[in-house]
Ligand binder design. Structure first.
Ligand SMILES: CC(C)=CCC/C(C)=C/COP(=O)(O)OP(=O)(O)O
Length: 586
């Protein structure tokens, strides 16, 4: 974000040359209705060989196909029948498996392979039974850890007290468990599902298990070692679903004891959903091109792929196709407004723009400078279109909610601009809370609350009109803001921003180095994850569907902003390439 700058009105161009502009040399694989095979459309002239291809300029290539149905019709999808057959086999296997631990292991596998969405009812029925039975005293640490993890991650409020019987009278984990490596592994995996309060037992488990596991890591069989290494690096619970599914499918394929039905199903489905994403991307690009915002505003970011990456992160479930499309549009417009406030707009213009947004009236547009009018109208029209869609599908009038989320965000931009112009620094809390709004977190979640439309009531909708926003929204938003600052601090300092959460953490918590500031932020992020876990199992304020989206927002933030070298993917461009354009070949 960066709220206080030493220079004014720089017009940095983040645009088409930067990462994830449309000059990306990757294919869109598409099967036109009735055709027997795919064609690949390359988004640049440097096409790869060995595929039937249409090589044209990026936008032209995408636009050429927008008259086609957005999604591949199931009747021409040769894989659909096979997928349905495999899905039925998987369902049968789930019901045939009798031992509770085996059932839970199977569910774990299915969910990690990214195909749990299709068996949600079956899985929930099993978990409901597992939640209602008393824990069997003979169950070992490994089985108990698995039960705890599977229930918590699927939003069942199982108590962490089930680990108590593995502790001695001093509430320390029994030293003899050190030899139970599989048990310690499951304990490590459980910890990340902790809630905010009263879960000292999980903190104790962390003390106990991590060091022991690291010690025994070298003696583990290679496959388990790789899996545990991944869990220690970043627990599955914090990983973005589609990326993790891809990574895990490849890992699972190398396991000699893999289930061939599940593996084939997961691979087929991954590729099927990938082509669905490609069609969504075609639609977004068509809309973006027609909107022509960046043709008029050369300083603004032109990154439809990045916008779409966010939406795949927030909404990994295939059924949310149209929500992904609408969300990507809102993020694309958000980036342009962010650039107006961060780099281009003069203070007087920003005041006019904020005022016009607060009035939310096309008449208010007249007072704006020319370059702002087009942006104002783009936002106005987009919001109305989304309202129309929600009204048509659900009969709800949501303009007041959507409008208020944009006003809130733009007022947040104005607050930052004033901090900058007045030269006075905010305190950490003011900065972070405002930064949640300006990162678009509330805006995105409010839109998705209605676009998804599951569990919406008069009462919970009202919670979106007053501050503070629901806990799940603010915790996920804080994670997004903090990851954003961790990821962009260097660029922002180079650009002349004098404050960011790292600086404010250092100042308020008396830290000597940036490194300590970063560590402190990571600890806070961990704390917000506990809040999210609490919301997931309690669902006090918001429906489950939107809470899941909030968790996904936290996951996607880490993917977008954590730039360090990763063992599997090294940067955002690689994620986009893998997720959207490279089919899985197993
Ligand atoms: C799911 C959502 C809402 C995604 C939008 C992400 C985001 C923070 C965009 C602004 O980028 P930025 O890094 O330029 O932000 P800022 O200028 O606020 O630091």
């Amino acid at each position: 974000m960066g709220c206080i700058r030493s220079t004014t009105h720089t017009s940095t161009n983040y645009g088409i040359n930067s990462r994830l502009g449309l000059s990306f040399p990757v294919p869109i694989i598409y099967r036109p209705a009735g055709a027997s095979r795919n064609i690949s459309i390359y988004m640049s002239s440097s096409a790869a060989p060995n595929v039937t291809q249409v090589v044209v300029g990026a936008n032209d290539a995408l636009l050429q196909y927008t008259h086609q149905p957005m999604l591949i019709p199931s009747e021409v999808d040769a894989d659909t029948e096979r997928r349905d057959y495999l899905l039925e086999k998987a369902r049968q296997e789930l019901s045939r498996t009798t031992k509770p631990t085996d059932k839970l292991k199977l569910i774990d596998m299915i969910q990690r392979l990214g195909i749990g969405f299709y068996l949600e009812d079956d899985i929930n029925a099993i978990l409901r039974t597992q939640f209602s039975v008393n824990v069997i005293d003979e169950e070992d640490l490994s089985a108990t850890g698995l039960r705890f993890r599977m229930l918590r991650q699927n939003s069942f409020p199982i108590s962490s007290d089930i680990f108590k019987r593995f502790q001695d009278q001093n509430e320390k984990f029994d030293e003899t468990l050190t030899n139970d490596t599989l048990g310690v592994i499951e304990l490590v995996r459980s910890i990340i599902h902790g809630e905010p309060k009263g879960e000292e037992i999980l903190e104790e488990a962390m003390e106990f298990s991590k060091t022991r596991l690291k010690r025994s890591l070298s003696s583990l069989p290679a496959q388990i070692k790789a899996d545990v290494g991944q869990a220690l690096e970043l627990p599955t619970h914090l990983r973005m679903a589609r990326l993790e599914a891809r990574r895990f499918i490849e890992q699972y394929a190398t396991q000699s004891d893999h289930n061939p039905i599940l593996l084939e199903l997961a691979t087929l489905d991954y590729n099927h959903v990938q082509s669905q994403h490609q069609m969504e991307l075609v639609e977004i690009t068509r809309w973006w091109k027609q909107l022509g915002l960046v043709d008029q505003l050369s300083f603004a970011r032109d990154r439809p792929l990045e916008c779409f990456l966010w939406t795949v992160g927030l909404l990994p479930e295939p059924k949310y196709s149209s929500c992904r499309i609408e969300l990507a549009k809102t993020i694309a417009v958000l980036l342009v407004i962010d650039d107006i406030f961060d780099t281009y707009g003069k203070m007087d213009d920003l005041i006019l723009f904020t005022d016009a947004i607060q009035r939310w009236d096309l008449g208010a547009m007249e007072s704006l400078p020319e370059y702002m009018k087009i942006c104002y109208m783009a936002l106005y029209n987009l919001t109305n279109e989304i309202c129309y869609k929600v009204l048509k599908e659900n009969g709800w009038t949501v303009l007041p909610y959507l409008k208020s989320s944009w006003i809130d965000m733009i007022e947040g931009f104005m607050v930052e601009a004033k901090w900058f112009n007045g030269g006075c620094a905010p305190n950490l809390e003011e900065y972070v809370e405002n930064g949640v709004s300006t990162a678009g977190s509330y805006m995105a979640l409010v839109h998705l609350f209605f676009l998804i439309g599951e569990g919406v009531t008069e009462q919970n909708a009202q919670l979106l009109m007053k501050k503070p926003y629901p806990k799940a929204f603010s915790s996920a938003g804080r994670i997004l803001r903090l990851w954003d600052d961790l990821g962009t601090a260097k660029e922002e300092q180079e650009r002349g921003d004098l404050a960011s959460s790292i600086n404010l953490f250092m100042k308020e918590r008396n830290l000597a180095t940036e490194e300590e500031g970063r560590e402190c932020i990571l600890e806070d992020i961990y704390g917000y994850w506990k809040d999210l876990n609490g919301e997931l199992v309690s669902q006090k304020e918001m429906p489950l569907a939107i809470i899941k989206v909030a968790l996904n927002m936290a996951r996607a933030s880490q993917v977008v902003y954590k730039h360090e070298e990763d063992s599997y993917f090294s940067n955002v461009d690689n994620y986009v390439q893998a997720l959207l354009f490279t089919p899985l070949i197993i």
